[in-house]
Design a protein around this ligand. Structure first.
Ligand SMILES: [Zn+2]
Length: 329
């Protein structure tokens, strides 16, 4: 069930169980990082709940047709650019207290529930306390701490974890037929977010960023500090750059061990990688990786990312400078 959604096997299993055993909760809270498939799964789940066939949606009944046509009278999505206010919740309550017309259930998805104002959450709580027997409300939220405890305690929480690179690659292969694309690089860049993977595919930012490790390591080899700092000033995607640098270092290490380039990530940069591999030995490459891993950790502890990347590159530069001096002696 829910095969069209990539990953999230635990969440899918749990929801399938609820449907199979007819043990549905009146309220669900789907939480986890942005862009990983919470909303997509919530929609599939809603479609199943509304379909005439109880175990899975059939795609052929009146309910499924209405759902696909976005005109199902027993289904509603609440979404807002800014905040979700009391008035929105009052309209939702007005909708859900009326018996379903087509299906046996009525389903509401509240997307980006962190946008609910406190007053709106308190209003919503009333429905959570006395839900109509046929009603199901699904809250979607990135950070569950934005939802008041009294609502959380009445909802069934389902956690969505970040997707692995392989899951994102699998998605991308379905999404785009373009064989020229480097799926693994885009997956690395997307950090487990499908939304980010799609926007990456559709932007030209990716091709600019993928170029950076080459520039960074060239500047390091040339001992060009000015250029290094200029690069930092141009990027806001600090974590992605760190990941790209790690794949770059990994590629050079592979090339140093063998000339087999089947496993390298940055396959389009084969010549540059090979050229740079003459400047580094395995030991200094490991040292670079340590510095980058350490920077990732520091950023994870909320140290300013730009400052951290600056420090990281200067540290690598310094290590390389000493190393190249030692080599010349
Ligand atoms: Zn159906």
């Amino acid at each position: 069930m829910f095969e069209s959604i990539i990953g999230h096997e635990d969440a899918k299993k749990e929801l399938t169980n609820h449907i199979d055993k007819k043990e549905l909760s009146h309220a669900y809270i789907f939480y986890g990082n942005e862009g990983i498939g919470k909303f997509s799964l919530a929609k599939e789940f809603s479609k199943s709940l509304l379909c005439d066939e109880l175990d899975e949606y059939c795609g052929n009944c009146q309910s499924c047709h209405l759902f696909d046509g976005k005109t199902h009278p027993d289904f509603r999505i609440i979404d807002s650019e800014k905040s979700i206010k009391v008035q929105d919740i009052l309209e939702m309550i007005d909708f859900i207290i009326k018996k379903p017309i087509v299906s046996k259930k009525k389903v509401v998805i509240i997307n980006d529930s962190e946008k609910l104002t406190n007053e709106a959450q308190n209003k919503l709580l009333k429905t959570f306390e006395e839900p109509p027997s046929y009603g199901v409300i699904i809250l979607i939220v990135n950070n569950p701490n934005k939802i008041i405890d009294t609502i959380k305690s009445r909802g069934y929480e389902i956690e969505f974890s970040v997707l692995g690179d392989n899951e994102v690659i699998e998605f991308l292969k379905h999404y785009s037929e373009d064989k020229e694309l480097n799926y693994s690089q885009i997956a690395k860049f997307s950090q487990g977010s499908i939304t980010k993977a799609i926007s990456t595919l559709e932007s030209d930012r990716f091709s600019q960023l993928i170029d950076l490790p080459n520039e960074i390591f060239n500047s390091i080899i040339k001992n060009d500090e000015y250029r290094l700092l200029k690069i930092v000033s141009q990027v806001s995607e600090i974590q992605e750059i760190l990941e790209f640098m790690l794949t770059w270092i990994r590629d050079i290490s592979i090339l140093k061990k063998s000339r087999n380039h089947e496993n390298i990530f940055n396959a389009n940069y084969f010549n540059e990688l090979q050229r740079q591999s003459n400047y580094f030995d395995i030991e200094i490459l490991l040292r670079f990786s340590d510095i980058i891993e350490n920077t990732k950790k520091v950023i994870g502890n909320h140290v300013n990312p730009v400052v951290s990347l600056n420090y990281c590159l200067l540290k690598i530069q310094e290590e390389y400078y000493e190393y190249s001096n030692r080599r010349q002696i």
